[in-house]
Design a protein around this ligand. Structure first.
Ligand code: GAP
Length: 446
């Protein structure tokens, strides 16, 4: 994990938030390549969930919802973590994660393991951030920053079902920020105070719930595989009965083998009719499906694939990170699937001080950038420029050299195999688009 954190910092993917003020635990800012990578993952999710399907529509609901939403959903009372305080070192720990925490006085031990540790009984601590609507703090209405995007979907069920003219089975997909007052620090962007979720609520006839639950587990696992995650590093783990959330009758996590061990990447839950029934009772608005032709009516059941965008990005980074020795040189390379790589190709003039070569390279860059995410780089030795592109995961480099001036060809270098081929400069765009279209598998073997 330290190597990933260091690469992310060095190349401007992700850095600690509020750093000039000493940082804020579990909060990160995303730099240029981090934003591009995150946006690419989000785009692939929206493509798979909305653009390529006829049975799912998109939604962007508000972050601050009516406070009754969180009472009806059970979050106001039930969305808690059990916490313990140590009276000796004054640190606070999650009672259910003591084995992952370090003692404040003896970091080689876990809290409670030394004779000096003096832990309180566990107390329940709500994870929702509170704020107030209205200019006067005392008289304002207490509201919450949403801890999940899902509730914004449930409360819009009636609007969307009518306007989108869909009948179950159909889904509503949403990507957006969620906020949780997590006290378990660390592990980079795995668990943070604010994060983006990619959630889809799939509304189905009750007797089809189990079949769709299984369908979405397979579908979501395959999405990660299609985007290059090694199958050896993915597994599906069904929850035990005592792990299930209050709304769920069955949940399976898709787990990734992060450097911190197997951990949740995405959860797929069968939420039954819990949410639509709870909001119907609380709001008085019937959230049910009514077939206008037959008069049939029922409360749909919900299957929910809930993924974390930042956590997916971390999995893609971990899976892509590689080091190898080429000749007598070590190189670090991000073997990202080309479709999510922040930059698809770099255009590099071999001899930056040769104006004819740089002019030609610049013209190629200007032509490509209209349709493909490309970068122009004429700073420093060619070897250093290749290494820089390898570290940000750029799959191809197009190099303009003296031969280009003679025969209008450029070399295309492959990030993974390091193979170089000469192609006509006029065909560079097609060559890149063909390569982006081709299936890709990680060359990493472990
Ligand atoms: N609507 C269901 C729900 O929110 P969840 O398992 O609590 O379920 C779904 O969250 C996903 O959101 C997780 O699998 C994870 O990828 C991501 N996630 C949850 N809490 C997170 C946090 N504090 N930081 C980063 N990602 C988080």
């Amino acid at each position: 994990m330290e190597k990933i954190v260091s690469l992310c910092r060095r190349r401007g993917f992700v850095f600690p938030s509020s750093e000039i003020y000493g940082g804020l635990g579990s909060s990160y800012d995303y730099g240029h390549y981090g934003v591009l990578l995150k946006e690419n993952v989000k785009a692939r999710w929206l493509e798979a969930m909305v653009r390529e399907r006829e049975d799912i529509v998109a939604l962007d609901s508000a972050i601050i919802l009516h406070p009754h939403v969180w009472e009806a959903s059970g979050h106001a009372t039930g969305f808690t973590d059990p916490l313990v305080d140590c009276r000796t070192c004054k640190l606070r720990f999650r009672a259910d994660h003591l084995a992952d925490a370090r003692c404040g006085q003896k970091p080689s031990k876990h809290p409670g393991e030394t004779s000096d540790c003096d832990l309180t009984e566990p107390r329940h601590f709500n994870l929702m951030f509170e704020t107030r609507v209205g200019p006067v703090e005392e008289s304002g209405t207490k509201v919450y920053l949403r801890p999940e995007t899902a509730q914004g979907i449930f409360i819009n069920f009636k609007n969307v079902a009518q306007l989108a003219r869909r009948k179950p089975p159909f889904g509503i997909a949403q990507v957006g920020k969620s906020f949780r007052n997590e006290i378990t620090p660390g592990n980079f962007i795995f668990r943070t105070l604010e994060f983006e979720q990619m959630e889809m609520e799939f509304f189905v006839p009750p007797d089809e719930a189990d079949q769709w639950y299984r369908y979405w587990i397979d579908e979501r696992r395959d999405w990660y595989v299609r985007l290059g995650i090694r199958e050896s590093h993915l597994r599906v783990r069904p929850h035990d009965a005592d792990e299930l959330s209050h709304y769920s009758s069955a949940t399976s996590d898709i787990e990734y083998l992060y450097p911190i061990g197997w951990s949740e990447l995405e959860g797929i839950a069968n939420r039954g009719d819990f949410d639509l029934t709870a909001h119907t009772q609380s709001s008085g608005t019937k959230l049910e499906w009514v077939d206008s032709a037959s008069g049939e009516r029922y409360t749909p059941h919900v299957i929910e694939p809930a993924a974390g965008l930042n956590r997916s990005m971390l999995a893609f980074l971990c899976d892509a990170y590689d080091e190898e020795v080429v000749g007598d040189r070590e190189r670090t390379v991000l073997r990202l699937h080309p479709l999510i790589a922040p930059v698809k190709a770099a255009v590099l003039p071999l001899i930056p001080r040769d104006a004819t070569i740089t002019e030609k390279a610049r013209a190629l860059y200007e032509q490509l950038r209209r349709t493909i995410a490309v970068e122009y780089d004429d700073g420093g030795q060619i070897g250093r420029r290749y290494r820089r592109q390898d570290e940000i995961g750029t799959p191809w480099a197009l190099t303009v050299d003296e031969q280009t001036l003679e025969d209008d060809t450029v070399t295309i270098r492959d990030r993974d195999s390091l193979a170089q081929e000469r192609i006509p400069i006029g065909g560079a765009r097609e060559a890149l688009l063909d390569r982006l279209d081709a299936p890709w598998r990680s060359p990493k073997t472990d």
